[in-house]
Design a protein around this ligand. Structure first.
Ligand SMILES: *Cc1c(COP(=O)(O)O)cnc(C)c1O
Length: 367
């Protein structure tokens, strides 16, 4: 048999474009980090206390299947714990879904400006990611259904979507699901669900609760403010959950993370405060940015994208750098097919005032 000179990376892995993170961790004291859609506030004090308390037991392995956390999630959201799986972030669950349901020769459909992890997960298992065009920077049910063919195994939809901040209504989710063949796994990624206040929004619990091919993913990284602990979860039909559980690494959620997440769930007052703070701040910030003559894409989450004219000396790259030089770390979103936009997550009031002032200065500068 002919052997090659060195190990050969699989084709799918070579095709994938690595995840581009924020620059905030590269800087010693990034004054204002609004680059990763993290919460504006530290987690509930109950969660932080639980984490510290859990440090008394670092010697032993954690629960093999995060059962304590699954039960707490089930209680909070009135779900069945057997239909919940926890992950090292919901990113891990996205990977497990790709691993279990797609491979070489298969297609994975996602919305053109959808979350970067979907094409990465598809390529990592040798499948082909297929981007469906959007309308007005919003996922299009018809365009997604148009891309679905006999090779399609998974449809990923972030709702609301990152980085566009837009959402599909419950009716549109239902219509999308009705148009899908019943053997296509429909993944509703509701990472920002808790921020949404629109009455025609539903995170996916309803479809995932009654359909055999729908799974909803959630995270503790955003409104629960535990991104550093890497905890996510998903709710879906028993068959899918059991399948994912077969390939889930045992002990994937560590004990201190489980303890903190359980305590965080117990402080819904904190969540309510975060949600209403975000609503106020987001709407204030969008108005301020519009008043500067910039275009913002209306968002229902805890971040917003701002458009900069590519033909002007004040394009997105210059704007990003201007803020960066003043210690304000935002996010460029070229990797999402949005080269002329900059994403800004909602920070504290004090931070957002500084961001507003810096942007205003930037826009008022002479050319
Ligand atoms: C932030 C985010 C997640 C969360 O990922 P974790 O791995 O749980 O931290 C998932 N989906 C989208 C669309 C996100 O923006």
């Amino acid at each position: 048999m002919n052997r090659l000179l060195r190990p050969q990376t699989k084709e799918g892995i070579l095709r994938l474009k690595p995840y581009v993170g924020s620059e905030s961790k590269l800087i010693e004291d990034s004054l204002i980090n609004i680059s990763s859609n993290e919460s504006a506030f530290e987690a509930s004090i109950l969660a932080r206390d639980a984490y510290i308390n859990a440090s008394k037991d670092l010697r032993c392995y954690p629960e093999i299947d995060a059962i304590t956390l699954r039960k707490a999630i089930a209680k909070t959201y009135e779900l069945n714990a057997d239909r919940i799986i926890c992950g090292t972030g919901s990113d891990q669950i996205i990977d497990l879904i790709a691993l279990a349901y797609a491979g070489v020769g298969d297609e994975v459909v996602y919305s053109a400006h959808g979350f970067q992890m979907y094409p990465i997960a598809a390529h990592s298992v040798g499948a082909m990611p297929v981007a469906a065009p959007e309308q007005n920077l919003t996922s299009s049910v018809d365009a997604i259904l148009d891309k679905v063919n006999d090779s399609t195994k998974i449809v990923f939809l972030a709702n609301p979507n990152n980085p566009t901040g837009t959402m599909l209504t419950q009716d549109e989710l239902n219509r999308l699901h009705s148009g899908l063949p019943s053997d296509v796994v429909f993944v509703i990624d509701a990472a920002y669900a808790e921020y949404v206040t629109q009455s025609n929004y539903e995170p996916g619990i309803e479809l995932a609760g009654k359909e055999d091919n729908v799974i909803m993913t959630r995270t503790f990284s955003k409104i629960y403010a535990l991104a550093n602990l890497r905890v996510g979860w998903a709710y879906g039909p028993t068959d899918i959950i059991k399948t994912l559980d077969r390939i889930r690494p045992p002990f994937n959620v560590n004990g201190p993370a489980i303890a903190a997440a359980v305590a965080a769930l117990g402080d819904q007052e904190y969540i309510e405060k975060s949600r209403s703070y975000n609503q106020k701040t987001l709407s204030w910030f969008m108005d301020e940015v519009k008043a500067m003559g910039l275009v913002v894409n209306p968002s229902v989450a805890n971040f917003v994208i701002i458009h900069f004219d590519s033909n002007s000396s004040k394009n997105s790259e210059v704007a990003y750098q201007y803020l960066f030089d003043r210690g304000i770390i935002t996010r460029r979103v070229d990797g999402y097919g949005l080269p002329d936009w900059v994403r800004v997550s909602m920070g504290t009031q004090e931070e957002m005032l500084k961001v507003r002032n810096a942007l205003k200065e930037f826009m008022e500068q002479d050319e």
